[in-house]
Structures are given as C-alpha cells and as structure tokens.
Design a protein around this ligand. Structure first.
Ligand SMILES: [Zn+2]
Length: 286
C-alpha cells in the first residue's frame, strides 16, 4: 500500500477519538510502508472554521504526528467534485430531490418501517427536478470487502435510499468528497472508526461508478466512547486535546489514554516523531 490519510473536519477541536484514529493511521502506515496525507475535510462551508483548522494542525504537531504530504483542503478547488457530478450526470445517475428528513420520517410513520432500498420516498428520479438536494443512483445490490481490522464484510449499497452527493445548502457531501479525493489523491488505504463501516459499500460503489477499478483497502478501528457508551462527537471537558493539555497532561499521556480507550494492541508511538527530552543531568530552566 502506498498512501493513507488523516482527514479531520475543521468543525471542532481534536478529541481523543481523533487521537485514536491518528495512532492507527500512522501505525498502519508504518507497518505497510505507506505515506500519510493530511487532508482537511472542509466540504461543509457552513460548519468549517479557520480557527478549528489552525487548532487541529497545532494539536497534531503537539501530539508528534507529522504527515508526509499536506495539508490539502477540499474547499480550495471545486473542480474535481463538479467533474465527478458531471460524469455521473452524463451516465444518468444524478437527480434532483425535494425530499427532506421530514419526508423520510413521514414515510416511516405511515408505513411503520423506514424507506429502504434505492431511490427516495418522493420518487424524485422520475420527476426531473433541479434540487435542492442531488442524489446519486447507486443501483441495487451489495458490495463486499476484506476489512484489515474487522474481517470479511458485505452490505447493501443503498439500504436507506440513494445517498445525497450535494446537500440542501449546496455543499458537496462527505460521501462525494471522500470518494473523489481518495481516487484523485491515490489513497489506497482508508483507516477510520467503525461508525463509518456502514457507509463503505456506498463508497466502494460510487468509486467504481467514477472509474476506480480497485477499491482502497479499509481498516475500521474501534471507537472511543464516552461514559454513557456513546461515540465522541465533539470535544468536551475531559476528552478534548486542548483541555487535556491545559490540565497538564503530556502528549505521551494523551496518546496512552487514546490507545487504551480503543484497546490498541500495537505500539501507539510507532508513527510519532521522537520527542526531544533533555539528557540526564541537563537542567531545564526558563
Ligand atoms: Zn426525493
């Protein structure tokens, strides 16, 4: 394998979940002899903030993780996403959709089960609409892959309907950006948390529709959970890297906590830069 990526969104501060991901990304990269690309996933122009962008770069450096390439940002150039949509459109796979979350909820209330399978509840593909949402018709069936950390996996590509590739606010979606970027940037190893396991079949299928013959290898690691057992979504008091730093924890301690939280069995320091420590007897004064 040649290249993997560390790809946070600048919509919040780094927390232990990101640290755990970095440990596995750099660990597998070292094991496989792959480079690490640092990609800042700022496709959501409303939630992405420059101050988060700056903070996550600083925190990553403090933790001792250095990328081989990057950072690259999705918002810098819309052309690759527009080109991908045009390609899908010329294949008749893109359609405008007026269904909202409420449309899906109403379907479920009336029928006692959620919308399932390709398409959308409004049958929008047949209506020739402009939007606001754009969906991609992925087709039926499933995809299978051998996950490096989970084992053999297989699942439907569109279990909850055709996924959006552009949202109601005209942002390219995570699905579109991640597939286009992994393809054009030569990423052949995708390392991420198990919350994204279920989106993998759609990504494999979409990549194939965009001309990718060989999907990347996938490695889905365990998630860091809060005391109630939920996945961490935002940094909060005891899980934010900034808060842990402010409380006097060292980078080594933060790395150790994140590795323990996901039961990481390898050496969590393998991909980190050596931390310079004063020689024995050397005094450190400011
Ligand atoms: Zn619809």
């Amino acid at each position: 394998m040649n290249r993997t990526r560390f790809a946070p969104a600048p919509t919040g501060f780094l927390h232990l979940g990101h640290v755990a991901n970095a440990i596995v990304v750099w660990g597998l990269a070292a094991q496989e002899g792959a480079d690490v690309l640092f990609r800042i996933e700022d496709h959501d122009r409303i939630r992405s903030r420059p101050e988060y962008d700056a903070a996550l770069r600083e925190d990553l450096a403090w933790l001792g993780f250095a990328s081989d390439e990057g950072p690259v940002r999705q918002a810098d150039d819309p052309a690759p996403y527009e080109a991908a949509i045009e390609r899908l459109r010329s294949d008749g796979r893109v359609y405008g959709c007026t269904c909202s979350r409420a449309t899906f909820d109403a379907w479920e209330r009336e029928r006692g089960q959620p919308w399932a399978g390709p398409g959308c509840p409004g049958g929008c593909r047949e209506l020739d609409l402009d939007g606001p949402t754009l969906r991609v018709a992925l087709g039926a069936g499933s995809e299978r892959w051998m996950d490096l950390l989970v084992g053999p996996c297989a699942d439907d590509v569109a279990p909850a309907g055709d996924p959006p590739i552009r949202d109601r606010d005209a942002n390219w979606t995570y699905l579109l950006c991640v597939v286009v970027d992994d393809l054009r940037q030569g990423v052949d190893l995708v390392v991420r948390g198990r919350d994204l396991l279920s989106s993998t079949p759609a990504q494999i299928r979409l990549a194939r529709l965009l001309g990718r013959e060989m999907p990347p290898a996938f490695a889905h690691h365990r998630l860091v959970r809060d005391p109630e057992g939920r996945k961490l979504s935002k940094s909060s008091g005891d899980t934010g890297v900034r808060e842990l730093r402010a409380a006097g924890q060292s980078a080594d301690q933060v790395i150790a906590s994140a590795a323990a939280a996901i039961g990481y069995e390898g050496d969590p320091n393998i991909g980190r830069r050596p931390i310079e420590r004063p020689a024995i007897g050397e005094t450190h004064t400011r």
